[in-house]
Design a protein around this ligand. Structure first.
Ligand code: AMP
Ligand code: GLY
Length: 448
């Protein structure tokens, strides 16, 4: 089987790594790929945003399947263009990817499908801000949650107890011409669950947890994700089934009923709150860096699964098999990430990291004059497995520390045993209600 993967990040490297270990191994092509991907696939010079170039490349290669990794080409209509040209595509149409492209539209779909999510208000003018904040946070006793409505690479969301900071972020989004979604604060730990869909049937993968904040202890700004682990020993055993029943199936059915079938990955970003499961967000693609740990544990072949979804032939009773091992990934970010990204710094020590037993996924790398250099905010994603989370996290961390990149930073508390604090908690949060709710939730998880 010949597969073309569109994208150039860590998620695409992880997908390609997993596809390369299928038996028989498919012939792999990437557009544009990255230096890590180039070790496993043939890379082609077609930028992620150039849909014409993607169609031309597919016409030249004639792949059996095209997999679109990132949200930007999906929202721009890459899947539509490739399907129109006659190709079998894993990835939603632009209309279906709107689930990720517009948080307010996703709320509308969830309301229609009866999917539990945070109460919210969409605001399009400054004058509506104060009343909107009062509506979603009437007692001002929990943090404010302010989101840019459109795509923002993980940086559009501010969770803060400081009302002035909440208003400042909302005003910045409005000034830039966007609308703002104000949300009820959700307590409890977060889970990412990827559900594959062929437009009507749904197959969940294994749950993972992502660490969104830049710094240890869930301090600092939101990022695209600084690390992840799977499985989640503390999560209810039937979590994937519940998400399937309460979230994924109703959403996929609602999309189908609107004649906007969703083919690809419905990424369910969830909070397990003291009042039950809630959707924080939907994405229309695999998550990064969660894919690195989820696919690391998948032991059944990936290519037939993606092909079946793309063809509308997904079997809901497909027997997916998973390694009992734990997988942890630590993201090595460049100097200044996420605020002011500095690129072009040399990277060394990847061999040393891999000799320790980890493997290194490339996210934002490039080659310049034969040397590997940083080319994006999240530069590498170091993945390790072990018989338990502690073994995997210790190895992931020591391997990350074997890599040299001037000014880089990474978290040291990814998957730390016993941690159950919610990753999105606001810096310096002191509200007793949040503490009480979080404590109650943690007790519940321990009991589960
Ligand atoms: P999103 O881009 O919607 O996933 O938001 C990014 C991060 O902000 C999430 O992973 C959470 O950590 C946090 N967050 C988003 N919405 C909420 C909410 N309603 N309550 C609490 N935290 C949230
Ligand atoms: N790790 C979060 C995301 O992929 O959106």
């Amino acid at each position: 089987m010949k597969i073309l993967i569109i994208g150039s990040g860590g998620r695409e490297h992880a997908i390609i790594r997993r596809l390369a270990s299928d038996t028989p191994a498919p012939e792999l092509h990437a557009a544009p790929g990255n230096p890590g991907i180039a070790q496993l696939a043939t890379c082609h010079d077609a930028p992620v945003t150039d849909l014409d170039a993607q169609v031309r490349l597919a016409q030249e290669l004639q792949p059996d399947l095209v997999v679109i990794g990132p949200e930007a080409p999906l929202v721009a209509g890459s899947a539509d263009r490739l399907r129109e040209a006659g190709f079998t595509v894993f990835g939603p149409s632009a209309a279906a990817a709107h689930l990720e492209g517009s948080k307010s539209w996703a709320k509308e779909i969830m309301a229609a499908a009866g999917v539990p999510t945070a109460a919210s208000v969409t605001v399009t003018a400054r004058e509506q801000l104060e009343a909107g904040l009062d509506r979603v946070n009437p007692l001002s006793d929990v943090p404010y949650v302010v989101k840019a409505d459109g795509l923002a690479a993980g940086k559009g969301v501010v969770v803060t107890e400081d009302r002035t900071a909440a208003i400042t972020h909302a005003e910045a989004v409005l000034t830039a011409g966007g609308s703002v979604v104000l949300e009820e604060f959700l307590d409890g730990p977060e889970v990412s669950l990827f559900c594959l869909s062929d437009g009507s049937r749904v197959v969940p993968l294994a749950p993972a947890q992502d660490f969104k904040r830049a710094l240890d202890g869930d301090e600092g700004p939101n990022t695209g994700g600084m690390g992840a682990y799977s499985p989640l020993p503390w999560a209810p055993k039937d979590l994937a089934d519940e998400v399937l029943r309460v979230v994924a199936r109703p959403t996929i059915a609602e999309m189908a009923a609107r004649d906007i079938p969703f083919v690809g990955v419905l990424y369910c970003g969830l909070a397990l709150t003291s009042r039950g499961l809630r959707v924080i967000e939907f994405n229309a693609r695999f998550g990064d860096p969660e894919t690195q740990v989820v696919l690391e544990r998948l032991t059944s072949p990936l290519a037939p699964l993606l092909l079946a979804a793309a063809r509308g032939e997904l079997a809901e009773d497909a027997e997916l098999t998973w390694s009992e091992d734990s997988a942890v990934t630590v993201v090595l970010a460049c100097a200044g990430y996420p605020a002011a990204v500095r690129t072009g710094d040399p990277i060394t020590g990847i061999d040393a990291a891999e000799q320790l037993g980890a493997h290194v996924i490339h996210a934002g790398t490039a080659t310049a004059e034969g040397a590997l250099v940083s080319a994006g905010g999240r530069v590498l994603s170091v993945v390790a497995t072990g018989t338990d989370l502690e073994a995997a996290r210790t190895l992931a961390l020591s391997a990350t520390e074997a890599i040299r990149l001037a000014g880089s930073h990474h978290r040291t508390d990814i998957a730390r045993q016993g941690r159950r604090r919610r990753p999105g908690r606001a810096r310096g949060e002191r509200m007793s209600t949040v503490r009480r709710r979080t404590a109650r939730n943690e007790r519940k998880e321990m009991d589960a």
